[in-house]
Design a protein around this ligand. Structure first.
Ligand SMILES: [Zn+2]
Length: 190
């Protein structure tokens, strides 16, 4: 049974596992958390988000995530953020990762008492994040940008939400064709 715990300020939470979790085990199923977003959640474009008041923008950004390029889902009512998955914090070296079907699984064996973390660069493609990351990992990127997924593709492969899979395919194919393009040049030089 996972636990939501307060970390730092009274409105700052994290999700912890009192028990160990084996690598690749299902931790959050997409079908489960999406049920909690039927009520009080809505989708908007990044342009619509820019028109929000500063107060509403900050409220919406707290729990929102991207469903596609140009499509952000979130809520202005924090009481509507009920599912535990809403409280997973970011780490640049997370212990959770997406599988290939929008579920979240353990990226490695997780020890009892560990906080569960996900790389927000996995699902952020529309807006740069305001917060400064202080995960303390050697690979810490400092900030989470909407372009991080292009670099992270070489770390996580297709372990991203499914809406990104076509873009990842294009990215990997363009790399391959660039590599193929270089081969004749090298051969000619020989
Ligand atoms: Zn970091």
């Amino acid at each position: 049974m996972l636990e939501k715990r307060c970390i730092g300020r009274s409105d700052e939470f994290g999700v912890f596992s009192p028990e160990s979790i084996s690598e690749d085990n299902l931790v959050f199923s997409f079908d489960d958390w999406i049920q909690d977003e039927m009520d009080g959640w809505f989708t908007i474009s990044p342009e619509e988000l820019k028109k929000f008041s500063r107060e509403d923008r900050l409220k919406f950004l707290r729990y929102c995530y991207d469903r596609d390029f140009g499509v952000i889902i979130g809520t202005l009512d924090w009481d509507r953020a009920k599912h535990l998955s809403n409280f997973i914090n970011h780490s640049c070296e997370p212990n959770l990762i997406y599988d290939y079907n929008d579920n979240i699984i353990a990226a490695r064996p997780i020890l009892p008492g560990e906080e569960l973390t996900l790389d927000y660069g996995n699902f952020i493609v529309n807006t740069d994040q305001d917060f400064k990351c202080s995960c303390g990992k050697s690979s810490c990127r400092g900030h989470i940008s909407k372009h991080d997924w292009k670099k992270l593709a070489y770390v996580y492969g297709y372990h991203f939400p499914t809406f990104l899979h076509p873009n990842l395919g294009e990215l990997f194919n363009s790399e391959k064709s660039m590599a193929v393009g270089r081969i004749p040049a090298i051969s000619a030089a020989c």
